[in-house]
Write a protein that binds this ligand. Structure first.
Ligand SMILES: *Cc1c(COP(=O)(O)O)cnc(C)c1O
Length: 397
């Protein structure tokens, strides 16, 4: 693996070496059961919740890419996070970053209520890690956070967690192993909503958990099999197919995203742009020291919520869609869409600005996307007089 180039390593080891027809594409074993040699003699597979060759090809591929001991494929990102949260028992403590994905906040809040797991919501991006993680069984951050793309210091958090005897879990949905390998930076668990960058085509809902060591692998294997939220064979195959082009997609998409972030930051009618490619971003240097690129999603504030809503509706090349990371560009207003599920007690700390627009940049040409944005910005300026704030231009964060 270490000898392979990064694009070469994106080819999964063939899951079909034993296939009599030597299929070039990994076969989809669309089967729930596998015939046994005898009543008491199990083969490599018996029942697809416990294991399926197509899913196993995907899981081994993900483990290799992450530099992890093992990986597990789930029916969604939230199912993957649920499995990780199952590692924590009643009375134990999870320290979670305040700005996590809305669905994760909702899930953890419910666990706290129903299962007596203690959840401490702490700012793990700007705060001091060692006191924050003391007493924790599990520490959970996102790298990068959504939608302001803040970068927690993964090495420092990993060291603090090791000192505190806590597992350190990183939801790396927004970076993917193409940009960042949290296990190499000290994480014990890496989580992905594979629905986003890994699949890349908005055609599958899936989640991955990769784990550093054999003990965690055994625990996750038990949880995956006993709770059963597994990824099916066809979805596993779709994800394998999407991941084959992860590098070429992301390189191109984040190049366009960076160009658009700089283009937006240069406009007088935008209040603030959030993308780690901008030297003015709060975590520009930290992210660059632990990742290979800024990612494909750009957020910006217009200064006025009504203007943001109008602007997003005028865009023609960006479909108004939740989620991100597809080959097609999309736009959203997180406060009204993805972050609507943030629980009420956390809304005052965890909600993005109301006027924030989030753009996931696809494979289209920069010129077409910029032209579309310019048209929408100009017409939303005309429609919302007095909201442009040239005075604050340049204070990007
Ligand atoms: C989308 C997302 C999830 C949830 O994943 P699903 O596949 O929608 O269940 C979790 N974490 C992050 C950071 C996400 O963006």
């Amino acid at each position: 693996m270490s000898a392979l180039g990064r694009h070469t390593a994106l080819a999964p080891a063939s899951g079909s070496r034993d296939d009599p027809w030597r299929a070039s594409s990994p076969p989809i074993y669309q089967t729930a059961t596998f015939e046994q040699e005898s009543a008491a003699g199990f083969g490599a597979f018996d029942y697809a919740r416990s294991g399926n060759p197509t899913r196993e090809t995907l899981e081994r591929h993900c483990a290799r890419l992450e530099g992890a001991h093992g990986a597990f494929a789930f029916a969604s990102g939230v199912a993957a996070i649920t499995a990780v949260a199952r590692l924590v028992r009643t009375g134990e403590r999870i320290v979670a970053h305040t700005g996590l994905y809305g669905g994760t906040q909702r899930l953890l809040s419910r666990l706290a209520e129903e299962r007596g797991v203690e959840i401490a919501w702490i700012d793990l991006v700007d705060g001091d890690p060692a006191p924050a993680v003391r007493g924790a069984r599990l520490v959970l951050v996102e790298s990068l956070t959504n939608p302001l793309w803040r970068a927690p210091d993964l090495r420092a958090l990993a060291a603090a967690c090791a000192g505190a005897g806590a597992w350190f879990a990183v939801d790396a949905t927004a970076t993917s192993p193409w940009l960042q390998k949290p296990v190499e930076l000290g994480a014990d668990l890496v989580i992905h909503s594979a629905t986003k960058l890994l699949s890349g085509h908005a055609d599958v809902t899936a989640g991955i958990v990769a784990v550093r060591d054999v003990t965690l692998a055994e625990r996750l294997a038990f949880i995956q099999n006993s709770e059963g939220a597994v990824l099916g064979p066809f979805d596993s195959w779709l994800l394998l197919r999407g991941m084959r082009t992860l590098g070429i997609r992301l390189d191109r998409q984040q190049q366009t995203a960076s160009a658009l972030a700089h283009w937006l930051a240069a406009r007088e009618d935008i209040v603030r742009v959030h993308h780690p490619s901008l030297p003015t971003h709060a975590d520009f240097a930290r992210h660059a020291a632990q990742a290979r690129g800024p990612g494909v999603v750009v957020s910006f504030e217009t200064g006025d919520e009504a203007r943001s809503l109008a602007l997003v509706e005028r865009l023609e090349r960006f479909a108004i869609t939740v989620s991100f990371g597809s080959v097609d560009s999309t736009a959203s207003v997180p406060c009204r869409m993805s972050h609507a599920s943030v629980p009420a007690p956390l809304r005052h700390v965890a909600m993005p600005p109301r006027d924030l627009v989030r753009l996931s940049i696809g494979l289209e040409d920069f010129a077409d996307l910029a032209e579309d944005l310019a048209g929408a910005l100009d017409s939303s300026n005309a429609g919302c007089k007095g909201v442009a704030r040239p005075g604050v231009h340049g204070r990007l964060r």
